[in-house]
Ligand binder design. Structure first.
Ligand code: FES
Length: 332
């Protein structure tokens, strides 16, 4: 096999991995098992981590790892083919074939399990089950009691059914099928009505599911509720029209005093890149925090779905954040 790790540094940032298995998991969902072409160990990951997949058509997409974090011989992702999406999932379904090679970024994690949790409630909506599955494996291995609530339209939409149907010593698994009628599904508000000391909640799923979980956990203590969007939420109807036009503003680079103009049609990351300051990006949609930068002065219109309120006081995401003040001073 001639292909090897693309980056030969000790901790590679980019890997060329072999697609060892593609498996039909559920309606529209395939899982992909990726291994080192020479059978070597892969960089470690923790539950909740994702990898970037660099597709042959130039697209990069992020997918949560869904296998057990103690496994070092493979990464497993599961991808729902989204016919109405931006094309990444369709391209992946169409191009990742068994025995092919694919370029993958090293695992990154913005969705960590809390180390001090006494109990964990995992809420998965549809393909949002992928990080939850990895978390279930990690919690099981650590002996932390957990509940996994997996909401899917019907039985045919449940991925990894056989793997979930094994004995879990520390986990209780519940499957909820609404058959297209949300009120027939899991009563999320009822489940989360009474916060329990030491319990942490994690959720991931489509837009309506995320909103229901956010509303149901609004009274939970800060730091006990964790979530990850897998795509940018749909805007509220009131904000759909007219869309707020992004204005222009300036960036000041704190270390050099250089001023840069950010026009309405460019992101902070693009302007910095053109000025020779490369900021790593991944999702380009405010979902992954790869591009986060500390700012020192100015008012930020954050527009991301990953940083929390406390982080917004110091950090912005260069791919989507704008300014509401004339100048933003960046800690660069
Ligand atoms: S690149 Fe993902 S948040 Fe900016």
């Amino acid at each position: 096999m001639s292909q090897q790790f693309i980056d030969t540094a000790r901790q590679p940032t980019s890997l060329s991995l072999l697609v060892r298995q593609v498996r039909y998991e559920a309606e529209g969902i395939n899982s992909y098992e990726l291994v080192h072409p020479l059978g070597e160990q892969l960089p470690p990951f923790t539950a909740g981590a994702h990898i970037d997949i660099h597709l042959p058509n130039g697209m990069t997409r992020q997918y949560s790892l869904c296998n057990a974090p103690h496994e070092r011989h493979r990464y497993v992702i599961a991808v729902l083919r989204d016919e109405a999406g931006r094309g990444g999932s369709k391209a992946l379904h169409d191009t990742l074939q068994v025995q092919g090679l694919t370029t993958v970024g090293a695992p990154r994690n913005n969705f960590h399990l809390a180390a001090d949790a006494k109990k964990v409630i995992l809420l998965a909506g549809g393909i949002g089950v992928t990080p939850m599955k990895s978390m279930a494996h990690a919690l099981e291995a650590a002996g932390v009691p957990f509940e996994l609530h997996y909401c899917a339209r019907n039985e045919g939409c449940v991925a990894f059914r056989e793997q979930f149907d094994t004995d879990w010593a520390h986990g209780q698994l519940h499957f909820h099928h609404d058959r297209g009628v949300p009120s027939d599904g899991l009563d999320i508000a009822g489940l989360l009505r009474e916060p329990e000391a030491g319990t942490h909640v994690y959720y991931c799923g489509p837009s309506g599911f995320m909103k229901a979980c956010a509303a149901a956990t609004s009274h939970w203590a800060r730091g006990t509720v964790h979530f990850e969007h897998f795509k940018a939420p749909e805007p509220e109807p009131a904000s759909v029209s007219p869309a707020p036009a992004p204005g222009s503003f300036q960036l000041k680079i704190a270390s050099s005093g250089v001023m840069l103009d950010v026009p309405p049609d460019k992101s902070i990351a693009e302007v910095l890149d053109e000025a020779g300051i490369h900021i790593e990006t991944s999702c380009q949609a405010g979902l992954c925090a790869t591009c986060k930068i500390r700012y020192l002065e100015g008012e930020v219109d954050h527009r991301d779905y990953i940083l929390d309120e406390a982080e917004h006081g110091q950090w912005l995401t260069a791919c989507v954040s704008r300014a509401t003040s004339g100048v933003l001073v960046l800690d660069l």
